[in-house]
Design a protein around this ligand. Structure first.
Ligand SMILES: *[C@@H]1O[C@H](CO)[C@@H](O)[C@H](O)[C@H]1NC(C)=O
Ligand SMILES: *[C@@H]1O[C@H](CO)[C@@H](O)[C@H](O)[C@H]1NC(C)=O
Ligand SMILES: *[C@@H]1O[C@H](CO)[C@@H](O)[C@H](O)[C@H]1NC(C)=O
Length: 403
């Protein structure tokens, strides 16, 4: 009904003379409008063409380093490039606090492949009080392998290192905080080391060491052993007794159950994927911080437990760092000058049998601890025999026991 009525009104209106005049004026008006619109269009087109040429001109100018102007430097600031993302920070010092650092370190590319040549590096992370008594041995170890490693040292916050510019440890001390052994501050220091090392996009593997650790093989051997491994070297044992399951607290439920509780050596090696997993964790961290206190040792349980839950199949369930617990007690044995002989060092890599890429291997340890500073001198004398061993796993497969 309504429709019919409206149509009727229209028909009636169109037939009156007055409205015919209005219609003509309207047609004339719309012609004008069309003309104006066209003119406008031509004008805008012209402006765009000139604009495009201007931009081209400016870009060419921009590439020309001899003619910078204020207008052009504005372009400079707006240029987004990969460079700042790819280039490792020349200085490991920064002004981020832990919250900011962990957030920044958890940013990872999600796309496969790299649009630049990426040589994967092995990050050596030293958890130390301050001085590195075996620095001269490590200097020999790293020599000639530039570009394949990076170094990070966590120390007491006020410690000032005095390495010279030529040292591999020069300016490699990261912003640090006090650490109480066995408590959460230790886990936080390890996480801080990982986060700092993650800022270099080329770091692919991460080894945690202490100032009393020494290498048992040359750099190339260790690099290929780690890089050719299918697994990360983190212990993840479900151990009965007071030193294993006995350290679990039911308050950790439901995030962590007793059957998920794991134990492993503090001295680990993990790949980038697992390192990111650790710095982004906000689920398990509060549970460990609150409920894992001595005689529960965070450094033996936090990473093994959380990584086992999601990535059990990526863990080798063993450490690369030999430690002598045979004397019993809360602390491992320390070796000094008198203990260092060729035959002693020779035995360490194969001190126990293990699997490497699912096959029996006689080389299970690549690092050892604890060594007292007095061990440095005999170690330096033996260094050529220890560190200049075969270049990689494949080439030394037949001579694992030979120094
Ligand atoms: C770090 O700084 C941010 C911003 O100032 C602040 O919100 C955060 O609480 C700080 N974190 C720590 C651990 O101090
Ligand atoms: C991990 O290693 C421990 C010994 O250190 C062993 O008892 C346990 O069965 C291993 N776990 C797996 C899943 O292989
Ligand atoms: C290891 O050594 C073998 C034999 O010398 C060589 O064929 C192989 O390319 C080397 N691998 C690496 C990763 O250097």
């Amino acid at each position: 009904m309504v429709m019919e009525m409206e149509e009727g009104v229209k028909e009636n209106g169109a037939s009156t003379p007055k409205s015919r005049v209005t219609n003509q004026t309207r047609a004339l008006l719309s012609m004008r409008l069309l003309q104006i619109l066209l003119l406008f269009l031509v004008l805008t087109l012209g402006i765009s063409v000139v604009g495009i040429h201007m931009i081209k001109f400016l870009k060419i100018q921009h590439l020309d380093p001899v003619a910078p102007t204020t207008v052009l430097s504005m372009y400079d600031h707006e240029t987004v490039s990969l460079d700042s993302f790819i280039r490792p920070p020349s200085n490991v010092w920064h002004s981020m606090n832990d919250t900011e650092l962990l957030w920044r370190a958890s940013i990872e590319p999600q796309r496969n492949g790299y649009p630049f040549k990426r040589v994967p590096k092995l990050a050596f992370m030293f958890l130390a009080k301050g001085p590195l008594p075996f620095a001269p041995l490590w200097e020999k170890f790293f020599k000639g392998n530039e570009g394949l490693y990076s170094i990070y040292v966590h120390s007491l916050p006020n410690y000032k290192s005095d390495f010279s510019r030529s040292s591999v440890f020069y300016r490699r001390y990261i912003p640090s905080q006090a650490v109480a052994w066995g408590e959460m501050s230790m886990g936080e220091a390890e996480r801080r080391l990982l986060a700092n090392a993650l800022l270099d996009i080329s770091n692919e593997w991460f080894v945690l060491l202490s100032e009393s650790c020494i290498p048992l093989r040359g750099f190339s051997f260790i690099y290929s052993y780690v890089s050719e491994s299918k697994y990360s070297f983190m212990g993840a044992a479900d151990e009965e007794g007071p030193d294993g399951r006995g350290r679990y607290r039911t308050e950790m439920e439901p995030e962590i159950t007793l059957s998920q509780w794991r134990k492993g050596s503090q001295w680990f090696e993990i790949n980038r994927k697992l390192a990111v997993e650790i710095v982004q964790d906000t689920t398990y961290y509060p549970k460990f911080k609150e409920f894992c206190r001595p005689p529960c040792y965070v450094d033996e349980h936090y990473f093994p437990t959380m990584l086992s839950m999601k990535h059990r199949l990526l863990l080798a369930n063993r450490t690369l760092t030999w430690t002598d617990w045979s004397r019993g007690g809360a602390h491992p044995a320390t070796f000094g000058k008198a203990d260092i002989t060729e035959s002693f060092l020779k035995k360490l890599p194969g001190a126990k049998s293990c699997l490497y890429n699912d096959q029996q291997s006689q080389i299970c340890y690549l690092f050892a601890r604890k060594f007292a500073p007095s061990a440095l001198e005999p170690l330096l004398q033996l260094a050529p025999k220890i560190l200049e061993l075969g270049s990689n796993i494949s080439s030394t497969r037949h001579s694992w026991f030979l120094f």
